[in-house]
Design a protein around this ligand. Structure first.
Ligand SMILES: Nc1ncnc2c1ncn2[C@@H]1O[C@H](COP(=O)(O)OP(=O)(O)OP(=O)(O)O)[C@@H](O)[C@H]1O
Ligand SMILES: [Mg+2]
Length: 344
């Protein structure tokens, strides 16, 4: 991918909460941990040396335990929070350092934010709530209503324009929150635990809705979650944060197959790996694996492992795996398969 595919680039970004960020920064740069900095200075490391890019049109999920810096990271993107040092680029242009007016433009045109609490105005209709962001931006009523109606239609709330929030279920209220962000037609949607307050069925429905919307509109979505099932379902790539650091970024399969540390591995405890893995992901090259073309029928590396259960179960020896041009990638034994199914 070229640089022009990067919609957001983050370079050497640090955020310290406290009155003397330089002191905390020099400590962390000398190797001190987040806990040590807090103990000695009372200051909190929010984000620690972040370096990565978000690609245009992807759903980029940020995961991590409570306090790991997810919300801070997203607020650095729209500059609700200023970095202590480092730079953030939007479409190749540095946004850290923008003046108030230019920043307002970025917030209006480029980024929309959806929060966990629906943040609707109780005395305003669904239509006015959906158009609220536009109203703040000074868009005239007729145009505002036209765009709000279209956004409400996109989230499946056509016809509900004149209801009030209290007449809607939680899931519908969150759709209004989503419509409010969409009405601005932002290039990037920032969603901070946007579905976490919803009950499981509605949540799953909203995830499906979001995937569909993203396919239709090719918007870039940055989505914070603490739920691995949700992250895997909607994320093209997932960034894992730990104590302010981005410890790993990859596709769900990358993270599952090659976790950078135990912290990353722990997120996948109890996760049904067979949902996403393919034969090539678990094929193993070792002293016991061999491949004699013609003697054994190989599996294709791209075959989902759900489809190979029976073959492996009935095999008397490890089954070879080859890629699309027939190159041997390793073999899968029964033990190997079981080790992946047991939550790894
Ligand atoms: N305004 C603030 N002042 C001081 N410390 C803060 C502030 N905002 C966040 N922090 C601290 O920065 C760290 C990262 O917080 P952040 O809210 O980004 O975490 P999070 O990953 O979003 O957590 P959660 O899953 O609970 O939402 C935490 O240690 C938090 O206490
Ligand atoms: Mg948060």
């Amino acid at each position: 991918m070229s640089h022009s595919d990067e919609i957001i680039s983050v370079r050497n970004v640090y955020k310290v909460f406290g009155p003397q960020p330089e002191v905390a920064l020099s400590m962390v740069k000398a190797g001190a941990s987040k806990a040590e900095v807090f103990e000695k200075t009372g200051q909190v490391i929010g984000v620690f040396d972040a370096n990565f890019a978000v690609m245009r049109g992807e759903i980029f999920v940020i995961m991590g335990l409570s306090g790991s810096g997810k919300s801070t990271m997203v607020r650095l993107f729209n500059r609700l929070i200023e970095p202590s040092s480092g730079s953030i680029f939007l479409n190749g242009k540095e946004i850290t350092g923008l003046g108030d007016k230019a920043l307002l433009q970025v917030r209006r045109k480029d980024m929309g934010m959806v929060f966990q609490s629906f943040a609707l105005m109780p005395h305003m209709t669904v239509l006015d709530n959906a158009g609220f962001g536009l109203q703040i931006s000074g868009v005239a009523e007729k145009e505002r209503n036209r765009r709000a109606i279209e956004a409400l239609r996109q989230v499946g709330l056509g016809g509900q324009e004149h209801c009030f929030p209290h007449q809607l279920s939680g899931g519908m209220q969150q759709r209004v929150g989503l419509a409010r962000a969409l009405a601005n037609d932002p290039a990037i949607l920032l969603m901070d635990e946007a579905f976490s307050a919803l009950d499981p069925l509605i949540r799953s429905e909203m995830q499906g809705e979001l995937i569909k919307l993203q396919k239709e509109q090719n918007r870039t979505i940055i989505f914070i979650s603490h739920d691995i099932e949700e992250a895997v379902r909607i994320g093209h790539r997932i960034a894992i944060m730990e104590g302010g650091k981005v410890v790993q970024i990859g596709t769900p399969r990358d993270l599952l197959c090659n976790p950078a540390n135990d912290y990353v591995r722990t997120f996948f405890n109890g996760f049904d790996a067979s949902r996403i893995l393919k034969a090539g992901d678990i094929a193993q090259v070792d002293a016991h694996s061999n491949y004699e073309p013609g003697r054994q029928t190989p599996l294709n590396a791209e075959t989902p492992i759900k489809e190979i259960f029976n073959i492996i179960a009935q095999a008397t020896a490890p089954v070879p795996v080859v890629d699309e041009v027939g190159t041997y990638k390793g073999s899968i034994s029964q033990g190997r398969l079981l080790s992946y199914l047991g939550g790894h």
